[in-house]
Write a protein that binds this ligand. Structure first.
Ligand SMILES: *Cc1c(COP(=O)(O)O)cnc(C)c1O
Length: 340
């Protein structure tokens, strides 16, 4: 499959593409739709996921600049930080990861992605909790300055910087890949694509790519961190920034992405019994483990839209599984069946 939209972008090959577009016969029969799962979780690098495809674009430009150290801030179970650590390890770079909160209590083993940061050889530094955007950037810049004084060539990977455009461009690439897979399948276009929207770069890139290709599928960005009203303008802005870098005329308009936020409550990273049941249902129907923070919410949203008829019977629907499964180990207590 020859992809062209992002062909001019600097890129460091790290992952296995195309990722599979998998049939889901049991769930399709139960729901009365033609459900396909885009297995971004199988992209490789470390444990797959949308951030591994993104790191190909991020590293492409950074290596050309001679960068040897990556600095980033995110939650201590962050998939982004894990894939930065993995990409750094693969490329002979150093990763310095800033995480909020306190160091784990004595005797508590590291778990989930936080364990992987350690296994991958990243340096983890604990910073304050509840930092706003400006304080996060200031913390990243302070670490960058310190490391540069020690002779390192440092890049900060922050969504407000070039990394944000890389994240969007990576999903323009994924959109073109998905479009080709749907055409090759020869069973008609998809009418809807469901994908998680955290900061919204990934959903924005997917929608931009599909729109640019003239694909009819409506992208449903399932909000997992912030309400739709807070994200609508950002999704359009992410796309505009990526389109400018790609040199394409296509832009997203408000409303091009259906931002769904009814699964947002009770908040980011809180695993409710309803989400637990979705994880268990998909696992038993498909042998696939959805992460409880992002993709279980995406699946829950899809189930609700099928139940109300907003997604019509017989529709071809793609669920993009963006990875994140290591989070199950950090949420084992909420995911296990309640004792009788
Ligand atoms: C980061 C992430 C997303 C969301 O990406 P955004 O571009 O921030 O919206 C979705 N799924 C998983 C598993 C992620 O780690």
């Amino acid at each position: 499959m020859i992809l062209t939209i992002c062909a001019g972008q600097p890129r460091q090959r790290l992952v296995h593409l195309p990722t599979p577009l998998e049939e889901a016969p049991t769930l399709s029969a139960e729901l009365g739709i033609d459900l396909l799962i885009k297995r971004e979780d199988l992209a490789g690098l470390c444990v797959g996921g949308n951030k591994s495809r993104l790191m190909e674009f991020a590293l492409g430009a950074l290596r050309a600049r001679g960068v040897d150290t990556l600095v980033a801030h995110a939650a201590d179970q962050s998939n982004k930080l894990r894939d930065i650590a993995a990409a750094a390890a693969r490329s002979g770079m150093r990763a310095v990861l800033l995480v909020p909160g306190t160091t784990p209590r004595d005797g508590t083993p590291l778990q989930g992605n936080r364990l992987l940061f350690d296994l991958l050889g990243a340096e983890v530094r604990v910073v304050g909790t509840g930092l706003d955007d400006a304080a996060v950037l200031a913390a990243e810049e302070a670490v960058r300055d310190e490391l540069e004084r020690a002779g390192r060539r440092v890049a900060i990977l922050d969504r407000r910087l070039e990394y944000g455009a890389d994240a969007t461009i990576a999903y323009v690439d994924a959109a073109e890949e998905l479009h080709g897979q749907l055409l090759a399948r020869g069973r008609g276009a998809a009418s809807a694509v469901f994908i998680a929207a955290g900061a919204g770069m990934t959903a924005s890139g997917l929608a931009l790519g599909l729109k640019h290709l003239g694909a009819p599928a409506r992208v449903h960005g399932v909000c997992i961190a912030r309400p739709a009203t807070a994200m609508a303008g950002e999704v359009v802005a992410h796309a505009a920034r990526a389109a400018a870098r790609l040199g394409i005329e296509t832009r997203l308009a408000p409303g091009d992405v259906a931002l769904e936020d009814d699964v947002l409550a009770p908040g980011y990273g809180i695993v409710t019994p309803e989400l637990r049941d979705v994880v268990r249902r998909v696992a038993r129907a498909q042998g696939l483990i959805l992460d409880p923070v992002y993709n279980a919410k995406v699946a829950l949203c899809l189930l609700r839209r099928v139940a109300t008829g907003a997604i019509a019977r017989g529709a071809t629907v793609v669920l993009v599984n963006t990875g994140g499964a290591p989070a199950i180990y950090a949420h084992a207590a909420e995911l296990a069946e309640a004792p009788a």
